[in-house]
Design a protein around this ligand. Structure first.
Ligand SMILES: C[S@@+](CC[C@H](N)C(=O)[O-])C[C@H]1O[C@@H](n2cnc3c(N)ncnc32)[C@H](O)[C@@H]1O
Length: 252
């Protein structure tokens, strides 16, 4: 994920020497020492990924930055002066893009980011190192933003266990917690953007979003690897009043 992660995993990288087609230009990683096959594949993919290279050239902290950039180019949900929450923000690629687009360096808007991992400072961004699932996290985020948010973005991804069903439950739990938090903090008209996975049981989540937002879209940005089942849901036009009426309705 991070642009700075290529190399240093024990493998030796060498370029295919033939000056023929692009296929031959791929960097191959020779198996060396204790390097696991999965690590070897990961390293090879990083070294050959044009987004990783571009992220490094442009000073972005992650290739994920291009996903947000591309989704916003298409749907224009980031606007000058917005107040945003970034859940699972490390190493900070989304914060960098959002900061540019809301004009943070010109003193406009506010971003509060949270991650389990420490994030190197990003000018103007308020960073919290904490598990978003911790009881105190929602209140802390709300306090640091100091009011309602115009957008809640979540690129959170739990570490995978390899057990498909368990992994999927973890992903949905994170997304549901993010939606719940969005309800508590979004201003009317606000947006919600979160990572989901294709083929998963996210029907209930999508139904909830469709009830409370004007428009709900599934988005697969080109920067999201084609072989990954990663998918984003973008919900815009938060209808706060509708949500509150729903909450006040007595159970039948
Ligand atoms: C794909 S990365 C985010 C990349 C980021 N959007 C960027 O552009 O740099 C997913 C992040 O979610 C974080 N994460 C996963 N579960 C979390 C949780 N419960 N609380 C906070 N962060 C979490 C991980 O630590 C990881 O840094």
């Amino acid at each position: 994920m991070s642009s700075g992660q290529s190399g240093g995993k024990g493998g030796t990288a060498k370029s295919g020497g033939k000056p023929a087609g692009a296929r031959d230009m791929r960097v191959k990683v020779k198996k060396a020492g204790k390097l696991k096959h999965s690590s070897q594949l990961w390293l090879e993919r990083q070294l050959n990924d044009p987004y990783v290279k571009r992220a490094r050239e442009m000073g972005y902290r992650s290739r994920a930055a291009f996903k947000l950039e591309e989704m916003d180019d298409r749907y224009k949900f980031l606007k000058s002066g917005q107040r945003l929450i970034d859940l699972g923000c490390a190493p900070g690629g989304w914060c960098q893009i959002a900061a540019k687009r809301i004009g943070l360096e010109q003193g406009k808007g506010h971003i509060v980011g949270i991650d389990l991992l420490a994030v190197d400072p990003i000018p103007g961004v308020d960073l919290i190192q904490l598990d978003f699932m911790a009881d105190e996290a929602p209140a802390l985020l709300t306090e640091r933003l100091g009011g309602r948010a115009d957008g809640v973005m979540s690129d959170m991804a739990a570490n995978t266990t390899g057990h498909k069903k368990t992994d999927h439950l973890k992903i949905i739990a994170l997304a549901e917690a993010a939606v719940e938090f969005a309800h508590s903090i979004l201003a009317p008209g606000g947006f919600f953007l979160a990572k989901l996975f294709q083929g998963g049981d996210s029907a209930e989540l999508l139904t909830m979003l469709k009830r409370d937002f004007t428009t709900v879209r599934n988005v697969k940005p080109a920067a999201s690897r084609a072989d990954s089942s990663e998918l984003y849901v973008l919900a815009t036009g938060y209808r706060r009043a509708a949500r509150e009426q729903q909450a006040e309705r007595p159970e039948s």
